[in-house]
Design a protein around this ligand. Structure first.
Ligand code: G6Q
Length: 545
């Protein structure tokens, strides 16, 4: 099936004409025209109630967006992904994070291997180890049980574990301490270790490639710290494990591959929190709750795979995002969880969305002539309301926002939760409907202040509402975003699963590292700005006048 370039697809052309008709209409009108709009424009799947009625769309918009999804080959591409075809074309790889959460009773043969069986073999290995650590059976070199777990990784090997730990901390084993070290800035490691007893500390070195300079530098320093504290290299075997796809490098680093938890090249870094990269999560939660997390992911995968587009939550979410990006022209999207435990979710989603869809060429290598992934950012509510929400309400840029709320708190204290939740609803309402000039006047506002207090509204939001944050719900929520990102990437015809911009960063600095070394005077061959900066840095390092 050959799919025309985006601008030539018939649904795209219809959407352009349609936008000319309704693009300037106000959410106030949409709601006034249809008293049932708020009830109608929602879907519910896997415990997530998704209200998309406060988007600047009509029934026709929706129908055309779904037509565009169909014409763009979302279903075909989805099925290719789920069956293990190499849809990551620029790296010639399968994209099989969905296989990480398939039940052990299923089979999926890809490139000659049953990947489900491979996944469950590693899960069993993780389960044994996690239970040993949790029960105190796994002892440090001098016989003390492990009480501190330090995950050392960066990017996809850090953001998922830290987000999941924070999100599910309520369910974690509280006599274990978890720390996450990612930045090569030594402060990150030094601060993480300063109050830890080496005898009780386990390092999980998480790196898909085991070639990432930040992680290996931190891992070497962590090992030096441990050896210094305990007094012998022999201690490393009881205090270091690795999560990687690269057994050779793990072994070269000095970690016994018996203490390595593997995964595969078909798991992208930002899609790996439910692979062995989630080892710290499993230790924190225990294998049973980790299984719940996987079940939540899988349930959303199944919904994505089987639900018709008009009730398919990830497809709807993804297509509304396309509308906001390409037709409303919104350059940025905010995600605001009204659940403190989800405080690292915005950072996690920032990588998921921007690394996946921040691309300017199509899978065929042609330059796109339309916008792709927006900037993505966010903070937990209600904190954001006391800072940047000002711009959301009255700025000159329209920022669509996902507001995520829960009906029940995990930590109920009288009076708190309804105050928190009222803000979810109030913000979505205010962003949509604003406050008109006459409403402001009727409040008795002096004439010269009226203009300042008007909120034009018409700012789109999605509200995602669930009962309570559980491991299962978190899995479904993350899978929802994964598949929404996928849907957008298919429409934009980009490879959502490579990351050449990130790879560039990995090599750029390596040329400069030796040039900063005080012992040698380098011959600098960069541009004049870079040369001057390096010279000034060297001078400051020497602390000369
Ligand atoms: C994720 C990216 C990137 C990667 C890190 C760490 O999709 O590829 O964030 O996860 O660069 O890579 P390693 O796990 O190989 O150390």
């Amino acid at each position: 099936m050959s799919i025309p370039p985006l601008r030539q697809r018939s649904a795209w052309k219809k959407l352009e004409a349609h936008f000319n008709e309704i693009g300037q209409r106000h959410l106030r009108e949409f709601f006034a025209d249809d008293p049932y709009r708020g009830e109608r424009l929602h879907v519910e799947a896997e415990g997530i109630y998704f209200d998309f009625s406060k988007n600047r769309i009509t029934d026709e918009t929706l129908q055309l967006l779904l037509e565009l999804a169909t014409e763009s080959g979302v279903a075909l591409r989805r099925d290719q992904m789920l069956s293990g075809e190499h849809i990551n074309v620029s790296e010639d790889r399968a994209v099989l994070h969905a296989a990480l959460r398939m039940p052990s009773s299923t089979r999926l043969v890809v490139d000659g291997h049953d990947v489900v069986q491979q996944v469950h073999t590693v899960l069993e290995q993780m389960t044994i180890f996690a239970n040993q650590v949790r029960s105190g059976e796994w002892k440090g070199y001098r016989g003390k049980p492990i009480r501190n777990v330090v995950n050392v990784g960066i990017g996809g090997s850090d953001l998922g574990p830290v987000m999941a730990y924070e999100a599910l901390r309520h369910y974690s084993q509280r006599d274990l301490t978890f720390r996450f070290v990612s930045n090569v800035d030594a402060s990150d490691l030094v601060e993480a270790l300063r109050d830890l007893d080496a005898d009780e500390t386990l390092f999980i070195i998480s790196s898909k490639t085991f070639g990432t300079i930040e992680t290996l530098t931190n891992a070497r320093s962590a090992r030096a710290w441990l050896v210094e504290q305990i007094g012998t290299d022999d201690a490393v075997a009881r205090h270091f494990v690795a999560v990687s796809t690269n057994a050779n490098e793990v072994s070269a680093f000095g970690i016994d591959t018996a203490n390595m938890f593997g995964f595969w090249d078909w798991v992208g870094g930002r899609y790996s929190m439910d692979s062995a990269i989630g080892l710290s999560t499993m230790i924190a939660l225990g294998p049973a709750l980790f299984e719940e997390l996987l079940a939540g992911f899988h349930a959303m995968d199944e919904h994505f795979r089987t639900a018709p587009f008009e009730s398919n939550l990830p497809v709807l979410m993804g297509m509304i995002a396309v509308w906001n990006r390409n037709f409303l022209g919104c350059p940025s999207v905010g995600v605001m969880p009204y659940e403190q435990y989800l405080k690292r979710l915005p950072a996690y989603l920032q990588q998921l969305t921007m690394e996946s869809n921040g691309k300017h060429v199509t899978i065929d290598g042609d330059s796109v002539d339309y916008e792709t992934g927006p900037l993505y950012w966010g903070e937990p509510g209600t904190n954001g309301q006391h800072s940047f929400y000002q711009l959301l309400h009255q700025g000159t840029t329209i920022v669509p926002v996902d507001l995520i709320g829960f009906a029940k708190s995990l930590t109920p204290l009288a009076g708190h939760h309804d105050i928190l939740s009222s803000n979810v609803f109030a913000q979505a309402e205010a962003l949509a409907f604003g406050k008109t000039r006459s409403e402001v006047r009727d409040e008795g506002t002096p004439d010269h202040v009226v203009a300042h207090r008007v909120m034009e509204g018409n700012r789109p939001t999605n509200v995602l509402l669930a009962e309570v944050l559980t491991p299962r719900l978190l899995g479904s929520l993350i899978a929802l975003y994964e598949h929404s990102v996928f849907t957008q990437g298919v429409v934009w015809a980009i490879d959502s699963f490579d990351q050449w911009g990130v790879e560039l960063g990995k090599v750029l600095a390596t040329k400069i590292i030796p040039e900063l070394d005080s012992d040698h005077e380098p011959t600098l061959t960069h541009d004049s700005s870079t040369n001057a900066l390096i010279r000034h840095y060297r001078k400051l390092k020497r602390n000369e006048d």
